[in-house]
Ligand binder design. Structure first.
Ligand code: FEO
Length: 383
C-alpha cells in the first residue's frame, strides 16, 4: 500500500491474538505497522511481531522489487515491533540497524550481543539522509518505553510516531478511531502523560501532514482532531461531559444503588452516564471511561475488611495509570462494618487533584434515607 510516492505500508494484521500485551482483549485484532521509504537509500521503519515475520518479509520484498534496504530503523524495542529483527537480518545482513544507546541495550537483552553487528547509534536530533528524504530522530522516552524515538521525514511531512497515535484493532476492520485509540492510549501509555506532552510540544514545531503510527491506521485527515485528543488525554483533562459509575455488587443491592444514581443523573440532565459492572466488563474499558469523564462514582461492598476484589483491582489500576484531576463520589455497602469509603480514599491518596463529592453508606439494602442521599448526590454531580 502506497502512502506517498516513496513510502509504502508493509505491516500486517493479527487476528490470532487473544490478549494484546498479555492483558488487553482485542476483539478486532491488532495491526503491527511497518513502512519502507525508498529513496537513494532505503529505510525500513520497524519490524513486526515475530509470528508474522514471513508475511512482513514478503510485503517488504514486494516493495523492494529487487533492491536492498540500507537501514532498519528501530523506534521501539517492544517485541510487537522488534520481534522480526533477527529474521530481517538473516535476509539483509548488510543493512545497518539504526537505534539509540538504549535501543541496543535492549536488543542485546532480547536477541543477544551478537545480533546486528552493523549498528548506527543515533542521538536525539540526529538526521539520517536517504536522498530527498531525511529522517530526524526525536527521542520520546516513556512513550511507551525508555528507548522510544519517533522519526520525522521533512520531505514527506510525515511523522513516524512509534506507539503514539496507535489504536487497538486490525486495519482490515472498519471501526471508529476514538474509542479503541482511547482504550489503547489509557491502557498502554496513560501513565506517562507528561512524556506525551513533551513529545506533542516538539511535534507542534513540525509541519505534519501524515502520522504513521506502529498500530492503527495512518492518519492524514483532520490531524487536529487526533492531536487535540492526545493533548486532553496526556494532560489528564476531561474529554466528555458525563459521569462514570463503576460498581461491584454481590446480591444486587449495590447495583440497585448504582442504577438509581444513573437514573437520577439522567433525569437531572447529565449528558452521559457510563456504567461499568467491574465483575463482568472489560476492566480496560472501565479504566478508559474513568479517564474520559471528569466525575467518577465508585460503588462497592466492604469485603474481608477491605473492598470487593474487582473494585480493589480496578482502583489499583487507576492509581497505577496516574489517575488525577477528577471528582470522586463513593457508595459503600456494608452489613455490619462498612469501610469501603475509607479503603478507597486510602488507595486514592497518592492521586493528585482528587475532589471527593461525598459518600453514601448503605447498611445491606437501600433505605428511603439512602434513596434521598442518592438523589442529592445526583444533583451535586450535575451542578
Ligand atoms: Fe506497540 Fe509499546 O509496543
Amino acid at each position: 500500500m502506497k502512502l506517498h510516492e516513496d513510502i509504502a505500508y508493509i505491516g500486517v494484521n493479527d487476528h490470532e491474538i487473544d490478549l494484546f500485551e498479555g492483558q488487553y482483549i482485542v476483539p478486532n485484532g491488532m495491526a503491527y505497522n511497518s513502512y519502507v521509504i525508498k529513496d537513494d537509500k532505503i529505510a525500513v521503519m520497524d519490524t513486526v511481531d515475530k509470528r508474522f515475520a514471513s508475511q512482513w518479509l514478503t510485503n517488504l520484498a514486494t516493495e523492494l522489487n529487487g533492491r536492498q534496504p540500507d537501514y532498519l530503523v528501530v523506534q521501539h524495542m517492544e517485541p510487537d515491533h522488534s520481534g522480526s529483527i533477527s529474521e530481517f537480518l538473516k535476509i539483509y545482513p548488510d543493512a545497518a540497524v539504526v537505534g539509540n544507546v538504549k535501543t541496543f541495550l535492549m536488543l542485546d537483552n532480547f536477541v543477544g550481543k551478537d545480533a546486528a553487528p552493523n549498528r548506527l547509534v543515533v542521538k536525539d536530533g540526529d538526521v539520517l539522509s536517504l536522498g530527498r528524504h531525511s529522517l530526524t530522530f526525536v527521542f520520546a522516552p516513556m512513550v511507551h518505553w525508555p528507548e522510544v524515538m519517533v522519526s520525522y521525514d521533512a520531505y514527506a511531512e510525515t511523522l513516524f510516531s512509534a506507539d503514539g497515535f496507535g489504536k487497538f484493532g486490525a486495519l482490515d476492520v472498519d471501526e471508529e478511531w476514538d474509542c479503541e485509540a482511547r482504550r489503547y492510549y489509557v491502557g498502554i501509555v496513560g501513565k506517562y502523560g507528561n512524556s506525551v506532552q513533551i513529545l506533542l510540544k516538539k511535534a507542534a514545531a513540525l509541519n505534519i501532514r501524515t502520522i504513521c503510527p506502529l498500530h492503527g491506521p495512518v492518519l492524514s485527515d483532520d490531524l487536529a482532531h487526533y492531536i487535540g485528543l492526545y493533548d486532553i488525554w496526556s494532560s489528564y483533562g476531561t474529554e466528555s461531559d458525563g459521569v462514570c459509575i463503576c460498581y461491584t455488587s454481590v446480591y444486587g443491592h449495590t447495583r440497585e444503588a448504582a442504577e438509581l444514581l444513573a437514573d437520577a443523573l439522567t433525569k437531572n440532565g447529565c449528558p452521559k452516564v457510563a456504567m461499568n459492572d467491574l465483575a463482568r466488563c472489560d476492566m480496560a474499558e472501565a479504566v478508559e471511561d474513568s479517564f474520559r469523564y471528569g466525575k467518577i462514582v465508585l460503588a462497592t461492598t466492604t469485603y474481608n475488611a477491605s473492598i470487593f476484589p474487582f473494585m480493589h483491582d480496578f482502583v489499583s489500576r487507576l492509581v497505577e495509570h496516574n489517575f488525577c484531576n477528577k471528582r470522586v463520589a463513593i457508595i459503600e455497602n456494608g452489613s455490619w462494618a462498612p469501610m469501603a469509603a475509607k479503603v478507597i480514599a486510602g488507595l486514592l491518596a497518592p492521586c493528585k487533584n482528587i475532589t471527593f463529592d461525598g459518600t453514601v453508606t448503605i447498611l445491606s439494602a437501600l433505605t428511603d434515607e439512602n434513596r434521598a442521599q442518592i438523589a442529592d448526590l445526583a444533583k451535586k454531580l450535575c451542578e
